[in-house]
Design a protein. Sequence first.
Length: 335
Amino acid sequence: SSGINAEYGNLSKLGIGGAAFKDHTDSTHVKEVVETALKNGINYIDTSPWYKNSEELLGEVLRRINRSKYIISSKCGRFYSEDILEWFDFSYDKISDSIDNSLRLLGCKYLDICFCHDIEFAPTIDVITSEALPAMQKAREKGKIKYIGISGYPLEKLKAVVELSSVKIDVVLSYCKQTLHDTELERYLPWFAEQGVAVINASPFAMGLLTDTGPPKWHPASEATREAAKSAAQFASSEGSSITRLALQFSTSDPRIPCTLVGCETSQQLLDNLRVINEGLTQEETILISTVRERFFSERSHSWEGIGEEKFWSKVKTEMEKATSVYWKMQNATS
């Protein structure tokens, strides 16, 4: 097993996803969630510069807590900005500065894990392997991070980076790939285990897809997948359960995955999720999960690979064209 598995054998089954704090204006609810988590045996918290002020708010809370009580991860390479041209930067210097800034905001001397965030948005894999990961390795040598990870949606790209990297990758963070609607991660778990790479799972509710209220407007799922999820939610409810209960139980049931990250905006949401985990599945619910997966999600692929990247690069092209147009107008005006 990898070093991270050995050292963090007590990694909690649920982890706190810091994206849930991105729209909070102060640390009040963050403090409640973190304290409730620690009191109930949840010791892992994840965040990112992409999650607006999540790092800053978490830092206000974590500064008052003994460092040995929690495991913290953050990310680098993806950043929150009003300017889409500043969303991604995997260059050596930017990665180094990002890690330092995360440590400053979080009030930590080191990160337990640092993930290179959403590597599929890099212009090439080479910038990940030749700049981002070497910068993370240098940070590890300086004691700023303990373990190096990569995160992303396409599992094949995560696998490719592990294969090509000269820097040892300790852990991958996969999301929406071990869920009721998509279990592709199961095919990759043996391979990652062979490489000594730990796997952390995230987003058991598939970014809101597997909920009674349905996904947000920006969700990249196809209309067919949205309809399938809506029908599955209605069916689960008619059977006396809920799609969120089934989704959380299913995503956390594989013993090969030590931890699943779940976003909780309030302490009550966290307690509700913990109750679902602690209660376990009844025999009827186990059968119900199989029925839901077979009836609503087995006939077609429900992946949205490539859609996010395509939209991103299309927007980048548009912004670049606008900038070029403005430049030439200014040139003509001064000539």
